[in-house]
Design a protein around this ligand. Sequence first.
Ligand SMILES: C[S@@+](CC[C@H](N)C(=O)[O-])C[C@H]1O[C@@H](n2cnc3c(N)ncnc32)[C@H](O)[C@@H]1O
Length: 232
Amino acid sequence: MSQSLRARYDAEAATYNRTRFGDRRGALARRIKDDAICAILQRRGLLRPGTRILDAATGTGRLLAALDPTPVHLVGADISRGMLDQCRATVGGRATLAQGDLVDLAFRDATFDAALLGGFLYLIPAAAYATYTNDLARVLAPGGLLLCEVANTKTALNPVNMVRIACYRRRHAVKSYVSARDCAALFPAFTCEEVIGVEYPVWCGPKLARWMGERPVLRGIGGKYIAVLRRR
Ligand SMILES: C[S@@+](CC[C@H](N)C(=O)[O-])C[C@H]1O[C@@H](n2cnc3c(N)ncnc32)[C@H](O)[C@@H]1O
């Protein structure tokens, strides 16, 4: 599976930012997700000098760019050289970049205080979540945090997302949708501490979307959520 994803993203690298974040909806979705990640890290005291954060499957460096210019030490890893080339063009020397596979990361045990996994898990079946996150547990320090974006099953109150799900399913691009309730069981090396809803329709605007994402009832209708997982 890793090699087919690598080939796919090598081929897509040059157009990735334009096709995903180029229009208004994509830019808003990006902003809501990036803001949510930054807010979680801030709340948990992880944006201070000396903190080491790994952006796993960093792609073109969306999250690394969102975290710049915080004083943390940023590392990005990805299996695709093409995506890393795009990432380097965006973040320059502000992060250390390395090519590598999530299932066998070239970092020592307990290297990082936090790891981010944006836009990756929905590319694989839910049954493979543990395979792709167990090595992240190894490179995290005890008690370290993993923030994962997960595609949300509970989008029934959000017609825009329902249409998108139908379209994506037809193209087989999204392999897994998981309810927030079922999420905890999919990461055996972690305890799921909270989920924050992200990806609401454009009309919501970033402030309303953020407010909704943090409300227990409303976060269930976000197209995705961020699972906040603590390494056991
Ligand atoms: C949808 S992109 C997400 C990129 C970025 N995290 C974001 O949110 O914009 C998925 C990324 O996962 C990377 N990837 C796929 N399989 C991987 C693996 N086994 N190890 C590391 N990266 C992988 C791809 O190369 C691609 O850059």
